[in-house]
Design a protein around this ligand. Sequence first.
Ligand SMILES: [Zn+2]
Length: 307
Amino acid sequence: MKNLINELKSNKLKLSLFLVILLLIIYLVVILIIIYNKKQEIKLVRQDIEIKRIESKKMIDKLLEIKINEKKQFEEQEELRIKKEQEQKELEEKNQKINNNEANTSNTKNTLNYSVNEENTVFDPVSDNSIKKFVTSNKSFNDKKYVPSGLVKISSDYVYDSKWWSQVLRSVANEALQSMAKSFFEETWEKIEVVSAYRSYAYQKWIKAGWCSDKFCAKAWYSEHQTGLAMDLWSATSNSTWKNSEKLQKYYKWLDENAHKYGFHNTYQKWLKIDWYEIEPWHWRYVWVDLATNLRNNNMTLAQYYN
Ligand SMILES: [Zn+2]
């Protein structure tokens, strides 16, 4: 009996122990489940935070892009505004220059009047010193060695090569050239370039001896260049060269429309029997404003006028 009681006690103890262990295991499992759940929760929260972070970064980038675009647009508008202001300024300056030039032209005309009176220049086609001296292939100077008075150097702004000694003109023609070149530049943004102006008897003789034919170059003693009133512009080559050059045609058109206002006449433009010179669009001679205008209005050359 005692043994039985002892055995029962022992079994009860074992059962109790078993129950305690089981409880402990259940407790541990529950704890583990709770920990696992918490971890999962934390993971989800982290993921959520990460998603929000990415979204907010995207938003910031978008905002930044909008700001950059706005800045760009502002800069473009500003650039356009500055450009417009500059254009307006340039236009005003150009208008101012044109106005000044008109004033200068009338001043120059007065100065020219004065110079002509002062020089006591005669207007007859025979006198060597006359502004209207007429020379052609059969009409020479009276004095073979004639040298015009008052030769001045043309401004280096308007010559092809200022070191070349042939870049001189009579002062009256030089003043008119300066005035014309200024207008030409203001209207075309291009420069008038004199390649040859006054040529002495000796110099013309030297040219003729070298290479220049009668159709193209006057004999020494018969050249308009000896008057100190004639000049060749840009390219004294051939009429066909001028015809085929867009640039030279543009220059000629301007001269044809304006040169007479400054007293210049394109002497050889028709290939006339009177002088038999080839057409020379580059050869312009000072004849005084009244005669140049008269010739231009009547579509005449100097040779036609005197014959
Ligand atoms: Zn010439």
